[in-house]
Design a protein around this ligand. Sequence first.
Ligand SMILES: Cc1cc2nc3c(=O)[nH]c(=O)nc-3n(C[C@H](O)[C@H](O)[C@H](O)COP(=O)(O)OP(=O)(O)OC[C@H]3O[C@@H](n4cnc5c(N)ncnc54)[C@H](O)[C@@H]3O)c2cc1C
Length: 310
Amino acid sequence: MRTLVVAEHDSTTLTRGARSAVGAAAKLGGEIDVLVAGWQCQAAAEAAARLAGVRRVLFADAEHYAHDLAEELAQLVAQLAPDYTHVLTGATVYGRNFLPRTAALLDVTPLSDVVEIQSSERFVRPMYAGNVLATVIMRDATKLLTVRVTAFEEAQAGGGAPIDRVNVPAPRALSALVERIPTVADRPDLRTASIVVGAGRGVASADGMKLVETLADRLGAAIGATRAAVDTGLAPNDWQVGQTGKVVAPTLYLAVGLSGAIQHVAGMSGSKIIVAINRDPDATIFEIADYGLVSDLFTALPELIAVLDR
Ligand SMILES: Cc1cc2nc3c(=O)[nH]c(=O)nc-3n(C[C@H](O)[C@H](O)[C@H](O)COP(=O)(O)OP(=O)(O)OC[C@H]3O[C@@H](n4cnc5c(N)ncnc54)[C@H](O)[C@@H]3O)c2cc1C
């Protein structure tokens, strides 16, 4: 068995998604190679080489990999994949973008968002907004998987694999990066934060949002939001948690003014402790909350902030 992990990185360090994918590959057993594709990203290749369990790093350093364009990456991975029984990457925007394209080039079926590896052919993934766990048996010679970042232990340092440059295919030039607009955030990354304050439609106004932000800052938390909160303009799109947003699994998820719709719960039910503040005692969120406070958030949040300030 030979697994290729396609590693997401920022040219210098590997992302948590990449380290989790190596952790998932270790569950499969067999040899693990890591592909680091990018431009001027030697440091990231060296970081991959230091991970325990990695046999070798394939280093594809070319200008057309500078911006993680899925069309370029898909072709590179499709060229390498036939040498492997499994190709793994994190179920992040990066992995979700290129892996289906690789699958199409190879004419195989990809499996997304794997949360458990039972054997080299049996995998578990959520369906129907996380209400069902499907066990899937794959028979393709090369199995293409994205793995849920929070479901696998991150690989740790402790290795010393060689770094081999690979021959890269010529650019396909099907797409080009026009502009990159980074989101400016002083808060922790939503996907990896250990505390998340989730804001729902009940937050209702800029004043309500200010309370949520103040609470998040006091707790050193990231802010998540429901789709209703995003649709009404209370929160930006990249804060959305749920079936069509981000999947988070913090130690503490503080759900404020949100009802607990299944599509939202799909993105946060893996949280270790869920605390809900809602003025409706029958709100669905109380069914999964470890602690619930039936209260108007415009009363509860100022009190909570005052206590934290003390
Ligand atoms: C295909 C599909 C995909 C979807 N994907 C997602 C997704 O990824 N993420 C997502 O979140 N949703 C998603 N949705 C939408 C989802 O179905 C719900 O509509 C949405 O999650 C509801 O958001 P909410 O809980 O903020 O709003 P509501 O359901 O309107 O709940 C608001 C809550 O706030 C409480 N409240 C109001 N005022 C106060 C107050 N002053 N103090 C305290 N509590 C108060 C109310 O009691 C209520 O429980 C999706 C829907 C579909 C169909």
